[in-house]
Ligand binder design. Structure first.
Ligand code: SF4
Ligand code: FES
Length: 275
């Protein structure tokens, strides 16, 4: 049962897969159906029979009562989003991926109106060593989709995550640490699976005008992976709610999220799947 609705599933399916097949939207950043599951961003956390769990890593089962589109879940996800925005350098108005960015679209979906917390403004130099692609690390949310896609879909192993906590960052697997010294190709799935604007193709820019891009035309909850508009986005009262860390239940945040950030806010998330 997902948000009061019976959702069919097959044996072995996760709650995320069952919900997606049923056209129900559960916010997600590190999950993609084409690569193995990672379970790190925690955006998809739902409440299953009263307990928080990531829907992308939890198998659907009979008798589950899953809460997804609730104020509690939305509030926690919004806090997680705010933490992601302040950890990197996200300048949406000037980003080439604006309108095509899952992070930005999810922020719109969940009614995130401000970063709420102080920006970290990390120093993340770009990698312009490759002839066809520039890596703009400032936008990386460390979802590791490119890491998995390079390994599992491209048959390469170009990317990895290194460091811990605040030092966690994406690296390139070459002796020099530069993309230009790898066998990465602009057509690799690792590039197009990135949910944000890290991979920038040289010689291209704003070929599709702002306003005509994927998430400009329809909210992410109505896009192919997810067709269901969240209750949160429809709830005008929810849009301007201040985030109160005291109101949210602490769960594990992304490994890249620092201990400092953990102290500043917690994250709840919850849902119903089963039959
Ligand atoms: S570059 Fe993109 S796909 Fe890779 S970890 Fe960063 S945000 Fe994820
Ligand atoms: S989408 Fe499930 S933890 Fe990231």
């Amino acid at each position: 049962m997902l948000d009061g609705e019976q959702i069919p599933f097959t044996a072995g399916q996760t709650i995320m897969e069952a919900a997606t097949d049923a056209g129900k939207f559960i916010p997600h950043l590190c999950w993609h159906p084409d690569v193995s599951t990672h379970g790190s961003c925690r955006m998809c956390v739902v409440k299953i029979n009263g307990r928080f769990s990531a829907s992308c890593t939890t198998q659907a089962a009979t008798g589950q009562v899953v809460r997804n589109n609730t104020h509690e879940m939305t509030s926690g996800r919004r806090t997680s989003l705010q933490l992601l925005f302040i950890e990197g350098n996200h300048f949406c108005p000037s980003c080439e991926r604006s309108g095509n960015c899952v992070l930005q679209a999810t922020a719109y979906e969940l009614g995130m109106l401000s970063p709420h917390f102080d920006h970290f403004f990390p120093d993340r130099p770009i990698d312009a060593s490759h002839p066809d692609v520039i890596l703009e690390f400032n936008r990386c949310i460390q979802c590791e989709l490119c890491v998995r896609a390079s390994r599992e879909l491209d048959g390469k192993d170009v990317f990895a995550l290194a460091g811990r906590g605040m030092d966690s960052h994406l690296i390139v697997n070459s002796e020099s640490g530069k993309l230009g010294d790898t066998d990465f190709d602009v057509t690799d799935r690792a590039a197009d699976i990135c949910p944000v604007g890290v991979f920038l193709t040289r010689g291209q820019g704003f070929t599709v005008p702002i306003g005509s891009r994927k998430y400009d035309l329809a909210p992410i909850s109505e896009q192919p992976f997810a067709h269901h508009r969240t209750a949160m986005a429809d709830d005008a009262n929810d849009l301007g709610d201040p985030i109160d860390a005291a109101d949210v239940v602490g769960i594990d945040l992304h490994p890249a999220t620092s201990a400092t950030v953990r102290e500043r806010a917690n994250h709840p998330s919850g849902a119903e799947v089963g039959r």
